[in-house]
Design a protein around this ligand. Structure first.
Ligand SMILES: Cc1cc2nc3c(=O)[nH]c(=O)nc-3n(C[C@H](O)[C@H](O)[C@H](O)COP(=O)(O)OP(=O)(O)OC[C@H]3O[C@@H](n4cnc5c(N)ncnc54)[C@H](O)[C@@H]3O)c2cc1C
Length: 370
């Protein structure tokens, strides 16, 4: 009998794992309720190499994650589920506060390229030469390998691929129970016994584990962004722009630019769009690209990120449970690390090995018995 795989949470982590396991012939049952999903709401910048964070396990996941996108997209393309628009590499412009920092970027690129060849060329440039909406006096570090992913399009493609390979997707809220080591997932319409289970429920992991007597160190963080439209922009291949604040500029398809995203730690799972927060983004962005404040917002998105109290990623086997794993706490960089984490879990299930060193991610720091 084929092994039955249960996955609760169909964002980028769970959907990637479900894709690779259904592709490998496993019986996959993916449950996804969907409300507030971070993946579909995300801005989608993939440019992790120059972050100020000094956390090695995190850096390992995001840098490997950026490399992995190349294989991931090639696999989807081979299977007929990538039209070439999901992930684009058109570079990133990082605007820094000091000249010293530009020199540091160049030095870091040299150091990091050996393990991360996807960085490509890195140079200090006039931003305007790469993205004409930027003020003429703005310098930037240009990273050739910077890219952006359309999270919503990626989920649509992954779900189509999972179904194509025989996986079942149940768009309902689920919970699980364990009796005599047998794991059963339950939703309104289905009760399914599985051989192993991944909890990839993002910011909602605590409510899945609470009935089992666990306290989970995962907090919700609200993120909001908006879209601008102007038919005259031929911006499909403009780079993404990362200024020092939170108002990134993400050229989307021709005629569309995304501005975002906000970070609200005090609003729980609320999904209301707040005009004043969007206005703050506009004020920030108008400092570097004044023309962008002339256009009215035509679409907004809001989602809930998950993070742990010390911003570490939560990944591993649930203490005292057999065959149940969890991945959460991906924070603001989960579109970068998420596919790699999902893929590595699928490798662990298939081959018993993974490149992720469990000792670098002590899950008991974030999940404990009440
Ligand atoms: C506005 C915004 C901008 C962002 N920008 C970027 C960016 O530029 N670059 C980057 O790398 N990252 C970015 N991120 C972060 C990234 O989107 C997240 O870290 C990542 O998508 C998390 O993926 P996930 O699969 O862990 O969780 P999610 O995508 O949140 O998926 C979890 C899923 O589980 C489902 N679920 C939960 N509980 C249950 C249950 N009991 N039963 C069934 N289903 C359940 C939820 O409904 C949801 O669909 C951004 C996030 C936001 C919100």
């Amino acid at each position: 009998m084929k092994e039955r795989i249960g996955i609760i949470g169909g964002g980028i982590v769970g959907s990637t794992a479900a894709y690779y396991l259904s592709r490998a012939g496993y019986d996959v049952f993916l449950f996804d309720e969907g409300t507030g999903q971070a993946t579909k709401a995300a801005a989608g910048i993939i440019n992790p190499w120059f972050s100020l964070r000094r956390n090695k396990p995190w850096y390992f996941l995001v840098s490997e994650g950026a490399e992995f996108y190349r294989k991931f997209m090639a696999d989807l393309e081979k299977d007929g589920f990538n039209d070439g628009h999901i992930f684009q590499v058109d570079g990133a412009l990082m605007i820094r506060r000091s000249d010293k920092r530009y020199l540091k970027d160049l030095a870091q690129a040299e150091e990091k390229r050996a393990n991360s060849p996807s960085i490509g060329e890195v140079a200090t440039v006039q931003g305007h030469d790469h993205l004409p909406l930027l003020n003429k006096d703005i310098q930037a570090t240009y990273v050739e390998g910077g890219g952006r992913v359309d999270g919503e399009a990626l989920i649509t493609s992954l779900h189509a691929a999972i179904k194509h390979f025989g996986g079942e997707i149940i768009y309902e809220k689920a919970q699980f129970e364990i009796n005599d080591s047998i794991v059963t997932i339950k939703s309104d319409s289905i009760k399914q016994q599985v051989d192993c289970l991944l909890l990839s429920a993002g910011a909602w992991l605590p409510e899945l584990l609470a009935p089992h007597g666990y306290e989970t160190d995962i907090r919700p963080q609200k993120g909001q962004l908006y879209y601008l439209k102007n038919e005259a922009w031929e911006n499909k291949h403009w780079p993404v722009v990362m200024p020092p604040g939170t108002a990134d500029i993400i050229p989307f398809n021709n005629g569309t630019i995304i501005i975002g995203a906000t970070h609200e730690d005090d609003q729980g799972y609320d999904l209301t769009i707040e005009k004043d927060k969007l206005q703050q983004l506009t004020e920030e962005v108008s400092q570097i690209a004044p023309e962008l404040s002339n256009y009215s917002i035509y679409k907004t998105k809001v989602g809930t990120r998950a993070h742990t109290s010390n911003f570490d990623i939560l990944a591993g086997k649930i203490p005292d449970m057999e065959n149940v794993w969890a991945v959460s706490g991906l924070g603001s960089s989960g579109l970068t690390s998420g596919p790699y984490l999902g893929y590595q879990w699928s490798e662990l299930i298939q081959n018993g090995i993974s490149t992720i060193d469990a000792s670098s991610f002590p899950i008991e720091d974030h999940i404990s018995r009440k």
